[in-house]
Design a protein around this ligand. Structure first.
Ligand code: PMP
Length: 347
């Protein structure tokens, strides 16, 4: 365990994370999975508010269509419909859900999309510890891309009401959207940032919750004195070593050209699908390509067809999407897209 001990791989990883994440995020808490890092972020926010003497600020506000993990605290901020809150009725903490922004990064931003957040905080900020969302790209809750100005405006509104901003970059972190972190599209620093998945290049389970010094010191100087969370495998040295190897690769900067190339090819090759009858939308952002169908797809049947065409794709609902590894070659990517399109065209 990591209580009262430290070790070189964890120290190096913390330094890498402070270097790579937006300016101002300089305290690192290592966790063992993405969901746990979200639990930690929620607990940090509550303990921060307690430290400030705000005893009633212990709920969260979030946008619909979000996904933050499968543990109870994380589930309680996932989209209530997609994550089937009804199954756990009475067991989940109740939070505030506002409409997700609709302006995409290519549209002109409609500032009205921020009104519901402002209204919610104006009425209920005495009960709200933090606003949690996935910056720019909503992943498993709908594969939606939204306008960076929403995030910029949200940060200012949160500051006004002493509500922390938690950015869940578990899916978007480490280059996936074309920037090292999706928050950079909006040039904001959240108070708390969750990272996971690609932190070890996908080799081992590890995640981190990174916060500002203001959040960390407020917690340390509060009655509890420490953040009340200590998973046995936090800071696991082997996982940290894998993460450090991945951070060294990221620091070569090669990922930038790789992601640009993937984005370009996804845009070019997926384009024909936008004219097909059962396709309602084709969208690409960074190394993420999405085909949205007019109806839910029959997953077991469509997966068999993908495999018969030599590719592995896992759709959900109306969404057929790919998030290829950055090392994919141009030929492999084209093979993936063409295999996918062949099946979609035949639907
Ligand atoms: N948040 C987001 C945005 C995610 O994409 C995921 C994983 N799909 C999680 C949280 C949960 O991470 P994990 O599966 O490692 O618990």
């Amino acid at each position: 365990m990591f209580g009262g001990l430290t070790h070189e791989p964890a120290i190096n990883l913390a330094k890498h994370l402070v270097d790579l994440t937006p300016e101002g995020l300089d305290r690192v808490f290592l966790a063992d999975s993405g969901s746990v890092s979200v639990e930690v972020a929620l607990k940090m926010a509550i303990q921060y508010q307690l430290g400030k003497g705000h005893l009633g600020k212990n709920k969260f506000v979030t946008i619909k269509n979000g996904y933050h993990g499968d543990t109870f605290g994380a589930m309680a901020v996932c989209d209530p419909v997609n994550s089937m809150h009804s199954l756990y009725a009475g067991m989940l903490p109740e939070n505030f859900f506002i409409e997700a922004p609709v302006s995409t990064p290519n549209d002109e931003f409609n500032p009205k999309e921020l009104e519901e957040l402002e209204d919610t905080l104006a009425c209920r900020s005495d009960t709200i510890a933090a606003f949690i969302l996935e910056p720019i790209v909503q992943g498993a809750g709908g594969m939606r891309f939204y306008h960076p100005e929403f995030l910029q405006g949200a940060k200012l509104i949160c500051e006004k009401y002493d509500v922390l901003l938690i950015a869940d970059e578990i899916a978007t972190g480490f280059g996936r959207t074309g920037k090292m972190f999706a928050c950079e599209h909006a040039e904001i620093t959240p108070d708390i940032l969750c990272v996971g998945k690609a932190i070890t290049g996908g080799y081992m389970t590890l995640a981190a919750t990174i916060c500002t010094s203001n959040v960390a010191t407020t917690i340390s100087e509060s009655r509890a004195g420490v953040l009340m969370h200590g998973p046995t495998f936090m800071g696991n040295p082997l996982a940290c070593a894998a993460a450090n190897a991945s951070m060294e690769l990221l620091k070569t900067g090669q990922w930038e050209d790789q992601v640009k190339n993937i984005e370009l090819i996804l845009k070019q090759e997926l384009k024909p699908a936008s004219n097909w009858q059962r396709v309602t939308n084709v969208r690409v952002f960074g190394a993420i390509g999405v085909i949205e169908m007019s109806e839910n797809v029959d997953v077991p049947s469509i997966q068999k067809q993908f495999v018969a065409n030599g590719v592995w794709v896992r759709p959900f609902g109306k969404l057929i999407y790919v998030m290829p590894p950055f090392v994919i070659t141009t030929n492999e990517l084209k093979q993936l897209i063409h295999g996918m399109l062949k099946v979609v065209k035949s639907l």
